[in-house]
Write a protein that binds this ligand. Sequence first.
Ligand code: NAD
Length: 344
Amino acid sequence: MSIEPLRMIVAGAGGMGRAWLRTLAADPRWTVAALVDTSAEALHAAGESFAVPVERRFASAAEALERAPADAILVATTPETHHAIIVPALERGMPVFSEKPLTATLPEAVAVLAAARRSRAPLMVGQGRRWLPHIVALREVLQGGLIGEPGYLTCQFRIPFRFGGWRDAMPEVLLEDMAIHHFDAIRFVTGRNGARVFAHSFRPAWSWFQGNACAGVELLLEGGLPVSYFGSWVARGPRSSWDGEVIVAGAEGALLLRDDESLWHYPGESETPRQLVVPPLEPVGLARGLDCFTRAVRGEAPPDPDGEDNIHSLAITSAAVASARSGLPVDVAAHLHEAGWRPI
Ligand SMILES: NC(=O)c1ccc[n+]([C@@H]2O[C@H](COP(=O)([O-])OP(=O)(O)OC[C@H]3O[C@@H](n4cnc5c(N)ncnc54)[C@H](O)[C@@H]3O)[C@@H](O)[C@H]2O)c1
């Protein structure tokens, strides 16, 4: 029995939108119902590359939602546009797959969650580090108890990157665009949400970003697990990988994640590590995210991460920005409450 492919509206035909168009093209379970971009140049260039007929290219998501029959929408536009695209889609009962960050602000994310709770349509967030083998392996060994009860975690991210475009003007580019990946990965591997955040963000003199491209964050996770985080998008000297160099120290040893691929175990007080096997994931990367979303749309499995989960990653980022601005520690639960969030 052949099943009709699902129909996806893809909003955003820039870097990430194209990455998702490639992923959709490789998955026979999907077709592109419509492509949306406010930039005619980006819209038509991607439309040509991915053979989306001209009549299915739109300048606004509202128009695509109105005119293109579809089963879901994938949102890969710039963050400040997510809320205005996602809420009307959910109000139509349409499943939404949004790139990170779910929204540009925490109150907007609360409004999106409210719409998702009303509609009951699946809402999944593209927090793609969770779909990588080394992150899943770190979670497995940590939660499997290899190093006993964790005592602290450090994460150092150092990559000089020149994007150009909207990121160059973001006031808190490191915290809001990149560190949310690290905070989400930390939540994912430890299984703990943020409790308190004390952050300092800054712009080194040589930075090519207008906003703060560096930040140090002291994050206390629920259950009293301290995290020391440093991120730089204008790094000098030794570089890290995209997930940063992550060390988790525990009662019975330590784990080191390096180079976005290798995982090392230091038993007890030993300084000599042994490399752990990182089992392959199939599917992996964006294909894994799309597979999970597909099953959610078909009602076979919950989206992972869904909006209810992801708001706790956004809350750490938002609390870090608030702390950096005030110079004071921020209680994450109170910060979520002030933004209007309530548990289900
Ligand atoms: N998961 C990841 O690893 C990852 C990596 C890069 C970007 N992202 C996320 O993907 C999203 C897009 O980032 P990008 O790097 O592709 O940016 P980009 O600038 O390359 O593309 C964004 C596109 O959205 C279009 N756009 C802006 N407002 C719009 C609107 N209201 N309606 C329709 N189109 C609109 C722009 O014209 C542009 O073509 C962001 O949320 C970003 O955080 C995620």
